[in-house]
Design a protein around this ligand. Sequence first.
Ligand code: AMP
Ligand code: GLY
Length: 422
Amino acid sequence: MKLMVIGGGGREHEIIRKLKENPEVEKIWCLPGNGGIAQDAECVKIGAEDIEAQVAFAREHSVDYVVVAPDNPLALGAVDALEAAGFPCFGPRKNAAIIEASKAFSKDLMRKYHIPTAEYEIFTDPKKACDYIDAHDVPIVIKADGLALGKGVIIAQSHEEAKQAVHEMMEESKFGDAGSTIVIEEYLEGPEVSVLSFTDGKTLIPMVSSMDHKRAHDNDEGLNTGGMGAIAPNPFYTEEIAEESMRTIFMPTLEAMAAEGRPFKGCLYFSLMLTKNGPKVIEYNSRFGDPETQAVLPLLESDLLTIMKATTDGTLDQTEVKFSDKACCCVVVASDGYPLSYEKGNPITISEEAAPHVTVAGAQLKDGVLVNTGGRVLGVTAVADTLAEAVAQAYHYVEGVSFANAYCRRDIGQRALKCGEE
Ligand code: AMP
Ligand code: GLY
């Protein structure tokens, strides 16, 4: 089997490592990949959004199966184009990827099908948005409709801040077209859970639950980032809540998408808030999360490629998806200053002991030396019998990686470890 993986972050690195466990895999190309992925796959200088070049490359190399990992190519129709050219893919088509690409779409879907989520209204007129804000209590949440690298969400603590967010999104186009339509919604409270699932459009199998750590600094302070670390399983997500989520959220969402003529295949990711009134959807993603993938896939005992192909073929109901009952922790090592400005080009060293535990996100090879080129640089992952051990081991391996101005949160997993005390 010859595989092509689209993307180039820590998530893709973990997916590739897992795909390589299948003995039938003879070759993996990663487009564009990165300096660390180059150890596990052949990286090709074709951008994740250059769909035409991806199709041409698949033709030229007789690729057997394609995994489209990031949100942008999915929203742009990479799966549609590759499938039309005869290449089976893991991932939703464009008409289903909209569940992430448009928050207005996903909120209206939830309203229509009675799927629990925050109360909301959609606006294309800033004046009406501000009137709505005046009529509601704070905190209140302002979201750009489109894809904004996880930065298009503002939790406003005052009416002024909320109106300022509306002004920046709608009148100053801070997020480009992504903010010309906005969603204003009710502020929800409770622990957050990420549940990634495999689905072929009819059957849905949740993966082990996880918890992201989105803020840049310890104790959930600082700016929102793509994610500074993740743990799995998430102890707040009990069996009862899992059962309720399956019944009130996961299956209704899958059925709603099918009823809308937008069957969803691939990884459907539910970001949930466990409120006093039950689990509610914060948002959907149409793909694996980053860094959740680095905490979830190491616990997968079944073969990833077999599962992925079953989502494409519609045979997931006949496929084993088994996770171990161990725990996993992934600590992201970032460039200090991320998500704002940071130094690039610093050489990275990784000890032999740490190397098998490291996934590479923002780094490239320069004259044969790995240097940091992105905000999130490395993910350091450990699996152990308990979460406490996994956290301790992950931080032990973090000691084995270094580069100038490296930064990581020191409290990944701490909230989960205190579950039950709150
Ligand atoms: P998102 O990019 O949509 O995942 O949102 C980023 C973060 O904003 C989430 O992980 C939540 O912590 C927070 N958030 C989003 N929507 C809400 C909401 N309605 N109430 C409270 N927090 C929210
Ligand atoms: N870690 C959150 C995401 O991948 O969207």
